[in-house]
Design a protein around this ligand. Sequence first.
Ligand code: C2O
Ligand code: CU
Length: 436
Amino acid sequence: MQRRNFLISASLAAALPRVSWASTPNQLIAQPVSAQILPVDSPPTPMLGFNGSTPGPVLRVRQEDFLDVRFRNQIDQGSAVHWHGLRSDNAMDGVPGLTQDVVEPGGEFTYRLRAPDAGTFWYHSHNRSWEQVAKGLYGPLIVEEETPPDVDHDFIVMIDDWRMTEAGTLADGFDNLHDQAHQGRLGNYARALIVPDTSVQQGDRLRLRLVNVATDRVFPVDLAGLEGKVVALDGMPLSEPQEIANLVLAPAQRADIIADVVSTDQVKFIFSTSEGPYILGELSVSGKNAVRQPSTIPTLPLNETAQPELDNAVSLTLNIEGGAMSRRMMSGSGIWAFNGQSGLTDTPFHRFERGQTARINLVNETRFPHGIHLHGHHFFEAKANGDLGAFRDTTLVNSGETRQVLCVFDNPGNWLLHCHMLGHQAAGMKTWVKVT
Ligand code: C2O
Ligand code: CU
């Protein structure tokens, strides 16, 4: 990213968004909204949102509870809502053409899903997502632990980038093939949208729920003014909290962090670009917490997961192919593909018997990184020594890399498997699996 291409200098990036954060509503209305993406002395940007704002309202449910949402579509394209990372009922997964019909303009659909796992999730449009998510059709979905960890503040930090015009509107060209064949639609302006909008004290213990909601951009994130650990990835607690250093969030990935404020003036969310640090957002620090005693960063209670049957696993390979200058693209058979196939076909990538374990090699033969997301399940990333690593729903596979994942396919239904660089998904990088 070229910093000079940003319309706004980094020091102004922390201007607060003018969005409203109502308590959990029972309906989500997709509609045109106007949002203060650029700092307040610039005009607001016409976008799409839910219930009058982008990001949409914070949805919060207790673990094991049901989320009941009536979705009403008041935009001029078909839409549907996907509950990213929720291991829930296939019929409620929100994928037009695979799990439901598209919700036409003026139409509605009632979602009712159980939230089996406590953690940080998000919801977003799953129709023309590369356009609708880019325009703002997303929001946070928080599933609360029965006993939440002891912290002074719980912040949601949604990181996004936008491609802005000089006039303060979103640039059009959502279907631009050049973007889709490269890294996707990268923005020229980025920011962390932080809620609630409040200051903190030195010595406060914070929970930070980072979500990369960008359509295509991978964000390496640095935190300044804090000391703590990563306690969960993609909504799933880590059995052992990890260092925060070298945190990278691919599109759709989340990280929960528990950390103590050590700075006396600011906590900063920094996007480390090749041209230097870019400030995504800040929390101001004022005063000192005289009550909180230092203590180790806690481990969150693990969500219940089926253990993979390593000896009995079916081995599969998913070759990730295509992109600019690839042979595939030159031959005109679609920009991106999995195993030679661009876009969805009538037959799934694989049919699993419910409960079956699979070992899948994701082989990235392309010149670009890809964030591969499986619906309805989480999977273990295998470490280099073969041990099970983090339990995620989206894994970042860099150019030339092979990532092995282990998944217990225990959720019946038809589930999408796709790149969450949404421009890549638009250009064919998707398939599906069937679990019966
Ligand atoms: Cu975040 Cu197929 O979705
Ligand atoms: Cu991709």
